[in-house]
Design a protein around this ligand. Structure first.
Ligand code: PRX
Length: 652
């Protein structure tokens, strides 16, 4: 962490909002901050009453009688799909494009608000025919096709909670998530396009569903037209059932605190956590932050290049933009296929004005080279954003100059699956940015940096990032596990202080700099993976006795997963076993969790209480001088590991 702090301290470049941008920005006065500071309840209440279309307006704002089990707008009634679709159509905005969709092979779809509403209603009716009722859970495991947001909104219309599982997860990870939430229906595709290849999603679903007796039906979108295994009675085609269902479906009257969705994320144990979000507070957070941070105007063409399988897709592809009646872009593929110019072709083709991506993608663009920008007209862009991990100042500068043409403000947005919406970010018409800093907490967000004892550190100091005040889009619990919810987030500094798990510091101007996770969670290319999840997967392999996973610095992905493996006696170590173990993790958890480095060792550095000292393994993986090893049970172990690692790294 000290390296990061030193590097950041040297960053003195400042970028005030361009005058023309500031002059017409949605937020151009600091009054929004002062209003929220003076009375955050009144602040959120005013916005909730003004911006949400309620079936029944709430009279309550925040119920904080039983922290950390907060409730927002608890007697209000609404439907989020009504807020995203019907109200715009009723106001005459049905012809506006909701989504420009581009498939990886190049086909396009243009879906208006009226068409999206009709399709969501059809899907809701089809799901109801498959037995889905208010309060049920529906799993969604798809590629980036329009049917994915349609299925999410259809669940919301019926009052069923969706649980979207990223299409890169393996069958067993999908099964775990379905079982935890006892989902009754799974929505998927025959396959997904990925770099010109078909990923057989339906086949993977079958592997999962075999382990999930709660699943009564699998609804399948035909996308890649590959042959798929079929279980008559259980499996139904989207194009047969949804297409023929009626195009109207009354939205359920949901309570503000009814569950909208679950989204599983990694924690410090092997069992993923079902982050639970409810309806009204989440909608308010998504809608307001989307409008303020991305300065959204009626003629914007907004592209969040994330996947709907992560929270960024939920909040900033689906709910925030649609609630704001925005025209969005959705792309099926990855940035490098068929070439690294794909994103810039898309910007040009649709005239994208606001572009939001992850630092790992920006670093990959830098590495691929500026020739991919040649001949591309990016002049439609007026605002750029990043999310998912700290952005290094050099990547920030490249983004600013090469993509933004030096004229577009950059919003570096810090938030989490748990926070539901952006918590720390510049407001582009107001904030002077510094490359690498997420700058300031959003209006209504009380972020602070505290020491081990929970005492706030002085400006310029570093420590743990906490949120001292509840906010509407906060997670409400972990699905089926209130205790773990309290233990994970609300135990370290008190029942009313949310612990983010991140380290951070402020500079002399009060800007926040995020310094990465302080727990055993690895952030690979903006995706959270727990060390224990990987370790348990490896130990599940017959050849492995013990394993330790760490995150080691990687120039493109931010961190790469590096694993240290002790094999059982008599097992032959070597490249064949290494390849097999790497594949084992990819098969069990998902492709994106495949370790970048695997080292065989004869031992692991442990403290006297048996805890693995990951800090020392990190030194080994990153080829650094070994840090202090005096608290180890056997301090010679780590030198042995280093020698073994050097030998293996040397001949790779
Ligand atoms: O460590 C922080 C990092 O990503 C974590 C949250 O991951 P997830 O729930 O998967 O959500 C990612 C998208 C919201 C955080 O605890 N993180 C996210 N955004 C930033 C960041 N780190 C630094 N700067 C950011 N802008």
């Amino acid at each position: 962490m000290s390296d990061a702090i030193e590097a950041l301290l040297e960053e003195n470049r400042r970028f005030p909002p361009p005058a023309a941008f500031a002059a017409s920005a949605r937020v151009s006065s600091p009054a929004l901050y002062t209003e929220a500071d003076e009375d955050f309840r009144g602040f959120w209440q005013r916005h909730a009453l003004r911006e949400i279309s309620w079936f029944r307006e709430p009279t309550e704002v925040l119920d904080d009688s039983n922290p950390p089990f907060y409730k927002w707008f608890a007697d209000g009634e609404l439907n989020i799909s009504y807020n995203c679709l019907d109200r715009h159509v009723e106001a005459g905005g049905g012809d506006k494009v909701a989504l420009h969709w581009l498939g990886e092979p190049g086909e396009e779809r243009r879906i208006t608000y009226a068409e999206l509403l009709a399709e969501v209603c059809r899907c809701a009716n089809a799901l109801r025919d498959l037995g889905v009722r208010r309060g049920d859970r529906v799993a969604i495991y798809m590629g980036m096709v329009p049917e994915l947001p349609i299925a999410m909104l259809a669940c919301a219309r019926l009052g069923a909670a969706h649980s979207v599982v990223f299409g890169g997860f393996a069958a067993s990870a999908l099964a775990d998530r379905i079982q935890d939430a006892a989902c009754t229906v799974l929505v998927t595709c025959d396959g997904a396009w990925r770099r010109g290849q078909v990923i057989p999603l339906k086949e993977m679903c079958d592997g999962a569903v075999d382990l999930c007796p709660t699943i009564k039906h699998v609804l399948v979108v035909r996308r890649t037209e590959n042959d798929v295994p079929w279980t008559p009675g259980r499996d139904v085609w989207w194009h047969e059932t949804v297409a023929s269902a009626p195009a109207d479906c009354a939205p359920e009257r949901m309570n503000a605190e009814d569950v909208l969705f679950l989204l599983y994320t990694s924690g410090t144990t092997a069992k993923p956590k079902g982050i639970c979000h409810t309806t009204a507070g989440y909608l308010l957070g998504a809608m307001m932050t989307h409008r303020w941070v991305f300065d959204i105007r009626p003629d914007d063409v907004y592209w969040c290049a994330a996947d709907c399988g992560w929270v960024t897709g939920h909040t900033y592809i689906v709910y925030g933009p649609l609630a704001n009646h925005t025209t969005g872009v959705m792309y099926e593929g990855t940035p490098e296929y068929p070439s690294w110019s794909r994103h810039w072709e898309i910007v040009e083709r649709y005239g994208v004005t606001v572009y939001y991506t992850a630092p790992t993608a920006i670093r990959a663009f830098v590495k691929a080279g500026d020739q991919h920008l040649e001949g591309r007209n990016l002049s439609s862009l007026r605002l750029l954003g990043t999310v998912g991990e700290p952005i290094n100042p050099e990547a920030w500068m490249w983004y600013h100059e090469r993509i933004g043409g030096g004229r577009c403000p950059i919003v570096d947005t810090w938030w989490q699956t748990e926070t539901g919406s952006i918590m720390i970010s510049p407001l582009p018409g107001l904030t002077t940015t510094k490359p690498g800093s997420a700058t300031h907490p959003m209006p209504g967000v009380a972020a602070a940096i505290v020491d081990e004892q929970g005492v706030e550190v002085a400006r310029g100091g570093g420590g743990y990032l906490v949120l001292k005040q509840p906010w509407p889009s906060m997670l409400r619990t972990l699905w089926g596990d209130d205790d773990r919810f309290v233990q994970t987030y609300w135990n370290r500094f008190g029942r009313d202080v949310y612990f983010t798990g991140d380290g951070a510091k402020t500079d002399d101007d009060g800007n926040f700099w995020l310094l990465g996770r302080v727990d055993d969670v690895i952030n690979v290319a903006g995706h959270r993976i727990s060390t224990t999840e990987i370790e348990s997967s490896l130990v599940g392999h017959a050849a492995v006795a013990e394993a330790a996973a760490i995150g080691a610095h990687d120039p493109i992905k931010g961190e790469q997963i590096c694993v240290f493996v002790i094999t059982k006696d008599g097992v032959e170590q070597g490249d064949e076993l290494r390849a097999e173990l790497l594949q084992h993790v990819a098969t069990q958890i998902g492709r994106f969790a495949r370790p970048g480095m695997l080292l065989f060792t004869s031992d692991l550095p442990k403290t006297r209480s048996g805890k693995i000292m990951r800090r020392l393994l990190k030194d080994v993986a990153e080829g650094r001088e070994l840090g202090d090893a005096t608290t180890l049970r056997d301090s010679t172990v780590v030198q042995t590991i280093k020698d073994q690692a050097d030998r293996q790294l040397g001949h790779r």
